[in-house]
Design a protein around this ligand. Structure first.
Ligand code: UT7
Length: 331
């Protein structure tokens, strides 16, 4: 049988734009209240990138921090994968732009689009190359500037999202540690519940498409809510089963940060007290593919996770998609 290597996160970093937009700021833009946003979502504030700042800029800063944390040079990277729904442009990929920014001269580079589940998809794909011995050093980034594609006149969506980036370096780790299992899934049949319809080959940009706001995020909030509550707990349990662990083994959970009510429901289903669940959506809102790596980075920096802990990452998002990974923390 072909040799397989244990793969884990050996470096992690994140980067958030400085500008904060509070619920009170949004009260001045659309018909909403701080109270509604806090009680229905758990969000109080979000970061918004400057007009001239794109997803690759946030990605580049997060990448530098993850590389420094891992103690490797960009030139040693074999592969860069960026998970995003807000690439700088259709092509070149954001991963190629990051490659050039950090001078990762020998790295292959491509983007993955699985919306808010993107980081888990990208990490699972990147992991395979190290597991089978093909590559040694892989950089995975989850990054978004959703502020550029939300309609700041639509109260149903503009209150929810924020900008940011998180990155991890994947390498071989001690046997028995690292990514123990991953579970990915998709339901393309219900994809229209969350979409940005304009700007692709179906509805290319025209004056009409712009006037009709087809380049903004469209969401059926309650459909996505119901799907999320269903899928979060299930995805986590499937990943646990794949590596032979049970709910009692979970030391910490990093859920996608979309809505505190969705996180509460998932925690209940998994019988986890909220002390074991990381929440930062009050400060950053929903950063789509960046939510999980930014939350993981903060949890690590706050010493909430120690070597040997069983950590469950779980996300859901547009596509519809979902993903979960079980890690035995190796640092
Ligand atoms: O990463 C994946 C991305 N998306 C999500 O995770 C979103 C998942 N869905 C949700 O988080 C929730 O469904 C929302 C937060 C979007 C909405 O909460 P809800 O409890 O499901 O509210 P609702 O959709 O049932 O709407 C209730 C009311 C509606 O008014 P009417 O029709 O009952 O008169 C909305 O128009 O709340 C209204 N509403 C607002 N009111 C004040 C919607 N947005 C706002 C707002 N401020 N910002």
């Amino acid at each position: 049988m072909m040799q397989e290597y244990a793969v884990g996160i050996t470096g992690i970093g994140s980067y958030l734009p400085e500008k904060e937009v509070t619920n009170f700021d949004i009260e001045k833009m659309v018909d909403t209240t701080d109270e509604w946003i806090r009680t229905r979502t758990g969000i109080s504030c979000r970061r918004v990138a400057d007009e001239r700042v794109a997803t690759s800029d946030l990605s580049t800063e997060a990448a530098k921090r993850a590389l420094a944390d891992a103690g490797i040079e960009a030139a040693e990277l074999d592969l860069i994968i960026v998970a995003t729904v807000t690439p700088d442009m259709a092509f070149p990929s954001t991963a190629c732009i990051v490659q050039s920014n950090i001078k990762a001269v020998k790295a292959a580079a491509f983007d993955i689009e699985a919306a808010c589940s993107g980081f888990l998809y990208a990490m699972t794909v990147g992991q395979q190359f190290i597991k089978n011995g093909f590559y040694k050093n892989v950089l995975i980034i989850g990054a978004e500037t959703l502020s550029k594609v939300v309609d700041w006149e639509d109260r149903n969506t503009c209150v929810l999202f924020g900008d940011g980036a998180g990155a991890v370096v994947l390498q071989r780790v001690e046997e028995g540690y690292g990514i123990l299992s991953s579970y990915l899934g998709a339901d393309g049949f219900n994809g229209s519940a969350l979409a940005q319809p304009g700007g692709g080959s179906r509805i290319p940009a025209t004056i009409e498409s712009v006037t009709n706001k087809l380049h903004f995020v469209k969401m059926d909030g309650s459909e996505v809510f119901k799907f999320a509550v269903r899928v979060m707990g299930k995805a986590a349990m499937e990943a646990l089963e794949l590596c032979g662990l049970t709910l009692e083994d979970i030391d910490f959970m990093i859920p996608h940060q979309a809505n505190i009510r969705i996180i509460d429901a998932a925690a209940k289903r998994l019988k986890l007290p909220m002390e074991k669940v990381y929440v930062n959506l009050d400060r950053y809102g929903n950063m789509s593919a960046a939510s999980v790596p930014v939350a993981l980075d903060e949890a690590v920096r706050e010493n909430r996770i120690k070597k040997g802990d069983i950590v469950v990452l779980v996300a859901f998002g547009g596509g519809l998609t979902w993903g979960s990974s079980v890690l035995k923390w190796s640092k």
